[in-house]
Design a protein around this ligand. Structure first.
Ligand code: NAP
Length: 271
């Protein structure tokens, strides 16, 4: 039985991903009927999603939203305490390494249970010519030996790592326009997923792409480029993910995260 005197449990989701939006839609008390909203209602929770504020016009999740940095792990720990957060879910992008480490530190300081949501990474299949690297600098170093016309899909924030490659031409795809420093010879394509194999095929052909660079984001919405590259025999430089901070439990998606919350709150509620 819900306790009428107790305010709803407060869940803070660190977002900026499809998984975070899906989780908020699943948990938030008043779904507005958007297609991603889960049909099965969860017990009443207060759900806040935090966005970094990098994207000019973000897709807003259900529930409450706050935007902007917290001011490091101390600021996040303060926010958790001041807003009486009962559970923290790090559903940020697999490459958003700083906020994930901040979350681990802040959760420990504020004694708030923390869960990480990470979609599975991509795995190479037959016919894939992948060159796996661990950083954007390594990706840049690998490029001159692989091609001259590069499709760069690692986001606008890391372009400085490729700025010295004056002999290569880049097709840069990003949600918002990149700022310098960036490679001198480049064309920018402002777009955000989901992308189709047909569309990616056409891009590779139209721009005579001979090498693709991607992070191992693992998202279905952006996997079509890998299929198109395989078909065209285009090599792919894949930047591997940083590890999740030590000791933080990890699940693959929103359903498992909702399950974790149910377990957490039913265990706490029974005391
Ligand atoms: P990051 O390097 O890990 O974080 C840098 C700083 O940005 C953090 O220290 C924090 O500032 C602030 N921040 C990051 N995520 C935040 C959030 N959800 N809410 C409030 N503050 C946040 O992060 P990033 O790689 O720049 O990514 C920023 C956001 O974009 C993330 O939320 C991520 O989910 C999303 N995203 C990232 C990528 C990618 O490839 N990295 C791709 C798609 C989406 P303070 O220290 O001041 O708190």
């Amino acid at each position: 039985m819900p306790d009428a005197a107790r305010p709803p449990r407060h869940v803070l989701i660190l977002g900026g991903t499809t998984e975070a939006r899906r989780l908020a839609a699943r948990l938030a008390p008043e779904p507005a009927g958007a297609p991603e909203h889960a049909p099965a209602p969860e017990p009443a929770l207060r759900v806040t999603t935090s966005l970094a504020g990098r994207v000019a016009a973000p897709r807003l999740p259900a529930g409450e939203v706050r935007i902007g940095g917290f001011g490091g792990p101390e600021g996040l720990a303060r926010w958790l305490r001041e807003h009486a957060v009962d559970a923290l879910i790090d559903a940020t992008h697999p490459f958003a390494d700083t906020i994930s480490h901040n979350a681990a530190l802040a959760a420990a300081t504020a004694h708030v249970p923390l869960l990480a949501v990470r979609r599975p990474g991509w795995v190479p299949g037959p016919g894939d010519a992948w060159h796996q690297v661990t950083s954007l600098d390594e990706a840049a170093a690998a490029l001159p030996a692989l091609g001259t016309r590069v499709f760069l899909t690692t986001g606008r924030m890391g372009l400085a790592h490729f700025a010295h490659l004056t002999g290569l031409w880049f097709l840069v795809r990003s949600v918002d326009a990149p700022e310098p420093p960036h490679p001198p010879r480049m064309e920018v394509l402002l777009d955000r997923g989901p992308f189709t194999v047909e569309g990616e095929r056409a891009l590779l052909r139209a721009h005579r792409i001979d090498v693709l660079v991607t992070k191992d984001s693992g998202a279905a919405a952006t996997a079509a480029k890998l299929t198109a590259a395989r078909e065209a025999g285009v090599p792919v430089v894949v930047v591997r993910r940083p590890p999740v901070p030590d000791g933080v439990p990890v699940v693959e998606g929103p359903e498992a995260a909702a399950e974790w919350l149910r377990g957490l709150f039913s265990a706490a509620g029974s005391h």
